[in-house]
Design a protein around this ligand. Structure first.
Ligand SMILES: C[S@@+](CC[C@H](N)C(=O)[O-])C[C@H]1O[C@@H](n2cnc3c(N)ncnc32)[C@H](O)[C@@H]1O
Length: 264
């Protein structure tokens, strides 16, 4: 089901992010391939194994799942291998080219669609799980994509998303390469929302915890868990994520995962 919106009709941040992610896609191809090849899921910057954090529902067999901002679609591949009926949606044609290449290489087919997670081409109550790992949950407008995720979930369905930790957002000034998070507050919490970093044209969205809680509840969710991911004792600094060091991330959560269940 192709996205019929001409780029000019997309919201400004969605258009900017399409251009940004089409430009970045080549850099994400090889890490994406490694994650496709991984036997067991690992999460985030510090590759924390699913067997330690238990973010995924136990029983995915036959469940209808949508990945919001699937990128190279390795998260979708993990879920498809666990028996889920997965659909990935992403705003970047180039990222989807990579996803389709890996589907052919790894012999695992599921639909991946071009589209905006703020306006999904699916009827109400189509899915049991909506998941996003640094996808729409980071780059789509929260007050648009969260209600939309709720709309397409069935009552009792889950929303799981992994994004930058709120404390990390406060501890980085400009998040340029080689200027990692500090041990003090550099940015305000109040007013935290749309963010553009100086060395990137992609537009991100971050919310204070209180706002996430209000938005999720007003969108029909009960919050089940907020998992704050801690870098393991043996973690080393990641070149690809030079905005946060392993030592920092052993003390404060660089990443957080929200798990919410749709009421009903
Ligand atoms: C860091 S990637 C994360 C995806 C995946 N976990 C990966 O690493 O390949 C972010 C993805 O979100 C997608 N994205 C950004 N805004 C979106 C939106 N409004 N709707 C759908 N996808 C979006 C981008 O195109 C990009 O592929």
């Amino acid at each position: 089901m192709p996205d019929s919106s001409p780029p000019d009709d997309l919201p400004e941040h969605v258009r900017a992010n399409r251009e940004a992610w089409d430009r970045k896609a080549a850099d994400y191809a090889e890490p994406g391939r490694r994650s496709w090849a991984a036997k067991d899921p690992t999460w985030g910057i510090w590759d924390i194994p699913e067997s330690e954090v238990h973010l995924l529902p136990e029983d995915l067999d036959g469940r209808d799942v949508i990945e919001l901002g699937c990128g190279t679609a390795y998260v979708s591949s993990w879920l498809a291998r666990r028996g889920a009926r997965v659909v990935g949606i992403d705003n970047s044609p180039k990222q989807l080219e990579t996803a389709r290449r890996y589907q052919a290489e790894f012999g695992l087919a599921f639909p991946v669609l071009l589209g905006n997670a703020e306006s999904l081409p699916f009827p109400d109550a189509s899915f049991d799980l909506a998941i996003s790992e640094y996808g729409a949950c980071l780059s789509a407008a929260p007050y648009a994509w969260v209600p939309e995720a709720s709309r397409v979930l069935r009552p009792g369905g889950r929303l799981i998303f992994l994004t930058n930790g709120v404390v990390l957002q406060l501890a980085v000034e400009e998040r340029v390469a080689d200027d990692p998070a500090k041990d003090r507050l550099l940015r305000p919490l109040f007013g935290m929302h749309r963010t553009v970093w100086p060395d990137d044209t992609a537009i991100e969205f971050h919310l204070p915890h209180g706002e996430w809680i209000r938005l999720l509840r007003e969108s029909g969710f009960e919050i089940e868990r907020l998992a704050e991911l801690q870098a393991p004792a043996d973690a080393v600094d990641s070149q690809a994520h030079s905005y946060v060091g392993a030592d920092w991330a052993r003390k404060w959560p660089s990443e957080e995962v929200w798990i919410a269940r749709k009421r009903g």
